[in-house]
Write a protein that binds this ligand. Structure first.
Ligand code: F6P
Length: 324
């Protein structure tokens, strides 16, 4: 292998830049060429390439987002799109590819690698932490800290006004952000997509805590919550069914995807970036670099994208005990 290309795809995540930097610097260390692909798979199809050297990635370890830009390419989901991508890589003398992204990115990478026998490895980056086979994905730790900081601020105003706040956090299918930030920020209730405990149980719990002397509360709601009501309907329902309870909604939205990566994410990105280059040098393909018990591991892409969303029962237990 002489020339490795790198791209970022799907929803951006803090730590993507640190991962690109590690890939480029590892290539430089091993005297390999490195090609940056802009705008994810779309840029791969349109040959939006640029050679990268160790100096191209200076001053980015601390930056959120991705300087290579990111897209969700519909064209790459077609066989013709992937063929164009393959031809562009060949024409530019690229012989291996590193993709940085989440499950959509890996699904594309797996198909592409299988169809053309092109060496491809993935680095998991998504604030959702919903990739199988790795304890952490890039961006998740930073997003958690962003959420906890935001909820701490909401708590100040909630307690000053004796109000109940519903705070919506990201996670269409995965409750990891909600569950962990909910515990970290001391939420009274946490609603996640993996379980639907019902709106009536929520009302009961709020009534109980009011009786016990609680004057304000925070409920963390994952965007993919399955209660059947959106967060605003949920707020109205609570107000209608609880006496003297003022409810407010705060949707945190995309602030969760931005910001400087935490030290944890920078170190993880550096380990996985170096690991990805070294895996390709050992002729590995169709794998993702993950981390398990602090060690870098190789996971088949097909396993990585097996979405078996499970909740961490121990975390749920701790949340229930500490929120009384
Ligand atoms: O997958 C990351 C994520 O931030 C999800 O938590 C969220 O549901 C989604 O992306 C939002 O995506 P976008 O705003 O890019 O369409």
């Amino acid at each position: 292998i002489r020339n490795i290309a790198v791209l970022t795809s799907g929803g951006d995540a803090p730590g993507m830049n640190a991962a690109i930097r590690a890939v480029v610097r590892a290539c430089s260390f091993y005297k390999l060429e490195c090609t940056g692909i802009f705008r994810g798979y779309q840029g791969l199809i349109e040959a939006d390439f640029e050679p990268l050297d160790a100096r191209s990635v200076r001053n980015i370890i601390n930056k959120g987002g991705t300087f290579l830009k990111s897209t969700r390419s519909k064209e790459f989901q077609t066989k013709e799109g992937r063929k164009k991508a393959f031809e562009n890589l060949k024409a530019n003398n690229v012989d291996a590819l590193i993709v940085i992204g989440g499950d959509g990115t890996f699904t594309g990478a797996q198909l592409f690698s299988k169809e053309f026998g092109f060496p491809t490895v993935g680095i998991p980056a998504t604030i959702d932490n919903d990739i199988n086979g790795t304890d952490y994905t890039l961006g998740y730790d930073t997003a958690l800290n962003t959420v906890v900081e935001a909820i701490d601020k909401i708590r100040d105003t909630a307690s000053s006004h004796n109000r109940l706040f519903l705070v919506e956090v990201m996670g269409r299918d995965a409750g990891d952000i909600a569950l962990n930030s909910g515990i970290g920020a001391g939420a009274e209730e946490i609603l996640i997509p993996e379980e639907n405990l019902g709106v009536e149980r929520l009302l009961d719990s709020l009534r109980k805590s009011k009786k016990s002397g609680k004057t304000s509360s925070i409920i963390v709601v994952a965007e993919g919550d399955k209660s059947g009501k959106n967060i605003f309907e949920l707020a109205s329902y609570i107000e209608e069914n609880m006496d003297e309870y003022e409810v407010r909604v705060s949707v945190l939205g995309h602030i969760q995807r931005g910001g400087a990566p935490s030290c944890f994410d920078r170190v993880l990105a550096s380990k996985l970036g170096v690991g990805a280059v070294e895996a390709l040098m050992k002729n590995k393909s169709e794998i993702m670099l993950g981390v398990h018990h602090q060690k870098v591991v190789h996971v088949d892409l097909i396993t990585a994208i097996k979405g078996d969303a499970k909740i961490d029962k121990e975390l749920r237990r701790v949340a229930d005990i500490t929120s009384v």
